[in-house]
Design a protein around this ligand. Structure first.
Ligand SMILES: *Cc1c(COP(=O)(O)O)cnc(C)c1O
Length: 403
């Protein structure tokens, strides 16, 4: 008889968003006259921009013509997109990344879940706490996490790196050896960024210990301050120890279109070249992002496309500004929201994350995300996002101020 992968039994139910939906549903049913505003969403709301839509239309027409029709895409991505990425995201920032070190994919979530496959089962995994759950769960599935310890709300074999107000939401280097280290900056959920010097310490640690850093830069486009690295390859020695993941979701609104990429430098070797392992994995399990979507991705790097994407980011960051200043005026302690679309607030009056969720829902009819849902160090915090409309964001913040 078939045996299932027992590791799946160790996964914890994702209570976070289902519990939120249930609570909001109950409140809405009991108070049908109230307008509930959701500032908990981690999805964009602005539509795709004209350049992207134009490129999609053109590519669709090409597919209708025998002369320009395309079948299977190259496994690792079309050259036109890899070149645009390489020139704009790396060479323009002084990072010496080559086109053939870029692996086009259908997004940073799949890449961040799949990348662990090329590493042995007995590696020690380190993650930030609070954390984007994919890094943990994909390693649970692969059997690297050990057992879930309910009291601690943590897995026995994962190294958790606390990110709290005390350390500015940037983790300290682990005391015990960490082999695979997941870092995401600017961070979801805290909204805080890492300086180049602090990231350099991690690169040095990884090179000294033979570790590999998986650097999730999905929010890179939101960076507004100097001295915040857009890519880990701005740090010296990063090509020898880091894989970087990027996404078109949060900058260009591709959450429904699907496009991302991973950078695996050829200089990254642990006995063998990780570049060749990831190339082999792609070739075997992936048949490439759709041609029309890769053309849409290329349009993001056109002059017009860049302007439009800037407009999207500015739109969301205007919301972030309004949330930050409104909450500060109301006396709340707030973090993030400067280099990322997320605002991370400390709950007032010693309330737990869920108690504050209830208070906000009942008194302001505003929905956010309890920080404890992202890990035990998220307890006592609450996440608001800037992905709503200007109108809703303003109204929500004004209601919280009156609360
Ligand atoms: C939204 C998000 C992504 C993007 O994932 P896609 O699959 O590219 O849509 C990646 N990492 C983090 C931390 C995110 O919040």
């Amino acid at each position: 008889m078939v045996k299932i992968n027992d590791n799946y039994q160790k996964l914890q139910g994702s209570y976070l968003f289902s519990t939120i939906a249930k609570k909001v549903g109950e409140y809405a049913a009991g108070n049908p006259d109230r307008k509930i505003i959701r500032l908990g969403i981690g999805d964009v709301t602005r539509p795709l921009t004209p350049s992207v839509i134009g490129a999609l239309h053109n590519a669709v027409d090409e597919m209708a013509d025998e002369k320009t029709f395309r079948g299977y895409a190259p496994d690792l991505g079309y050259d036109f997109l890899r070149k645009a990425i390489c020139d704009n995201d790396f060479k323009a920032r002084g990072c010496e990344i080559e086109e053939d070190e870029i692996f086009i994919s259908d997004g940073a979530k799949p890449d961040s879940g799949n990348i662990q496959e090329i590493f042995a089962g007995d590696n020690k995994v380190a993650v930030c706490d609070p954390v984007y759950p994919v890094y943990v769960d994909s390693n649970v599935m692969a059997g690297r996490a050990g057992d879930f310890v309910a009291d601690a709300g943590r897995y026995s074999d994962i190294i958790y790196l606390p990110c709290t107000a005390e350390n500015g939401f940037v983790p300290e280097l682990p005391k015990t050896g960490a082999d695979i280290i997941y870092l995401c900056f600017p961070n979801n959920p805290t909204g805080e960024a890492i300086t180049k010097d602090a990231l350099q310490n991690w690169v040095d640690y990884a090179n000294k210990n033979g570790s590999v850093i998986i650097f999730d830069a999905a929010y890179e486009a939101y960076i507004s301050e100097e001295n915040i690295p857009h890519s880990i390859y701005e740090c010296s020695g990063a090509k020898e120890c880091a894989i970087e993941l990027r996404s078109f979701s949060k900058n260009a609104g591709f959450t429904g279109l699907r496009l991302g990429y991973a950078v695996v430098p050829k200089a990254l070797k642990r006995g063998v070249s990780l570049h060749s392992l990831w190339a082999r994995r792609h070739a075997t399990k992936y048949n490439g992002a759709p041609y029309i979507v890769q053309r849409a991705g290329e349009a993001v790097y056109s002059d017009e496309g860049k302007k439009e994407i800037r407009g999207l980011i500015d739109y969301y960051m205007e919301n972030a500004k309004y949330i930050l200043s409104g909450l500060k005026e109301a006396g709340y302690t707030v973090y993030g929201g400067v280099n990322s679309p997320y605002v991370w607030m400390a709950t007032p009056d010693g309330l737990s994350s869920w108690e504050f969720f209830d208070r906000l829902l009942e008194n302001a009819n505003v929905v956010g995300t309890p920080g404890s849902g992202f890990g035990s160090c998220g307890e006592g915090y609450f996440r608001l996002t800037s992905f709503g409309s200007h109108e809703n964001t303003r109204e929500a913040v004004d209601r919280i101020r009156k609360m």
